[in-house]
Design a binder for this molecule. Structure first.
Ligand code: ADP
Ligand code: MG
Length: 339
């Protein structure tokens, strides 16, 4: 059975990060466990110097400072034929416990930016910082959840899947990994399925396992790349509800990629709108006021239309438009240009 990669898609990143990532696109079924462990938690690769294995101490992030900073980042894919700029001078600031959404049409560099945050893709210019320290490679403090249902090694039970990165990164003892796995499987409603294997689960259940696996790592930032895009509409809605309930309980920091305006407004507390060719920050808007119950309201529809215009408006000139980042439940405010 061909079982593709967990962290890399399309054989991408291979171009830029040498043999480790070149092999990241090989079928997983052909990998030894140790190699798989490296892919999942990047044991053998540099991690940011700021306490990668534990939650950042509260003094590490200055009050009011962003947890994750993307500072004037451009990312190029270099092939033999050409250099493709996927992301051009993007700056973003993600604060602790924020639900930050990257929204844009296909090809505008959302996945590339997310992979750069994860440390899988190097930046060509600018810098990404976590807790003030430059991101220099992958680390267990940033965990990814992908769209693909095959991100779970099929030969491991559901519980083993959740335990695996904890053990491979030596974050916990075996007993604690098992305890955490059971705790997070309970949080995603899969306690009864701990001993089954992924092929016995529906797509939505597989995504729940991937979310449990990610949260069990207690990452600084949870990175999700269109995690619900391959689900049917009803399951997708349910998963959005469950993710919001988990966030209400755990208050993790989320960077969530989607191409759906509705999903961006429902999931995000802030939404960065990207435009393509190359991917630039077009605007940033607050979505605090919207939640699962907002659909259909006049305010929701107005925000939807405004984002639609920003996504498809031909006037791309000037610096990004940014709304106030206040976290109050105020209606969206006027957009202003930032230099
Ligand atoms: P999105 O996730 O928004 O759909 P991507 O980040 O996947 O966008 O891609 C942004 C741009 O970079 C696209 O033009 C895409 O074709 C290009 N791209 C992505 N991965 C690679 C790669 N490995 N090699 C060359 N170009 C790539
Ligand atoms: Mg993508």
């Amino acid at each position: 059975m061909r079982w593709p990669h967990v962290f890399a898609q399309d054989g991408d990143v291979a171009l830029s990060r040498g043999s480790w990532l070149r092999s990241a696109a090989e079928p997983y079924a052909s990998l030894a466990e140790a190699e798989l462990a490296d892919r999942l938690v990047s044991r053998a690769h540099p991690v940011p110097s700021a306490a990668p294995s534990q939650a950042l101490p509260s003094h590490a992030v200055k009050a009011g400072a962003a947890l994750l900073e993307v500072d004037q980042v451009s990312i190029d894919y270099v092939t033999e034929e050409r250099v493709l700029r996927a992301t051009h001078q993007v700056s973003l600031q993600v604060h602790a416990a924020e639900r930050f959404v990257l929204l844009g049409a296909s090809g505008c560099g959302k996945s590339t930016l997310l992979k750069a945050m994860a440390g899988f893709v190097p930046v060509s210019e600018g810098e990404i910082r976590l807790g003030g320290s430059p991101v220099q490679g992958p680390g267990p403090d940033r965990v990814m959840v992908f769209q693909e249902f095959d991100q779970l090694p099929p030969w491991k039970s559901v519980r083993e899947n959740v335990m695996f990165p904890l053990l491979a990164s030596r974050r916990t003892s075996k007993a604690e990994a098992r305890e955490r796995a059971d705790l997070y499987l309970d949080k995603v409603g899969l306690s009864r399925f701990a001993d089954v294997h992924p092929h016995q689960l529906s797509g939505g259940m597989k995504q729940r396992v991937a979310i449990a696996r990610a949260l069990a790592m207690h990452p600084q930032v949870l990175l999700m790349d269109e995690p619900f895009a391959a689900l049917d509409a009803l399951t997708r809605r349910r998963m959005q509800e469950e993710l919001m309930a988990l966030w209400d309980e755990l208050r993790f920091t989320l960077v969530f990629v989607t191409h759906s305006i509705e999903e961006a407004l429902v999931v995000g507390s802030r939404v960065a709108i990207l435009s393509p060719h190359p991917g630039r920050l077009r605007a940033e808007i607050n979505a605090h006021a919207f939640g699962l119950a907002s659909g259909g309201s006049a305010e929701f529809e107005a925000a939807h239309q405004r984002i639609h215009r920003l996504l498809f408006d031909e006037d791309r000139a000037g610096s990004p438009l940014v709304e106030s980042t206040s976290s109050s439940n105020q209606p969206p405010q006027a957009l202003r240009r930032v230099a």
